[in-house]
Design a protein around this ligand. Sequence first.
Ligand code: FES
Length: 121
Amino acid sequence: MLNKKLTLICARSELDKTSFITKNVSYKTQPVSVIVFAFEGNAYAYINDCMHMHRQLNCEKDTIFDETGQYLRCSMHGFVFEPKTGECQSPVCLGERLQALQLQEIDGMLYFAEKRLALID
Ligand code: FES
């Protein structure tokens, strides 16, 4: 019996054409923005909420990566995060993690695999 709900995001190939996409979703009854991106061949999704001061990573610039492309970076104060785990690498929030969302790829299409998630737009 499936205990997860699949919600279509996009074709997996879409992530290879851009550095990230955002989706507005309802997650556990709260409206949130989500970032979805590919890194080193795998897709990742996190709630777009920096734990430092609860801003979206792309709030000041239209990017979620630092200049090396190896770390996520919040454009508000520059905190950086490991893309594969969402773990903060900056001293103030060291070890805290962005909230990851489960993904599943089926026949080239990418889905959120979360029970309490629904697309808002
Ligand atoms: S709000 Fe993200 S680094 Fe401060």
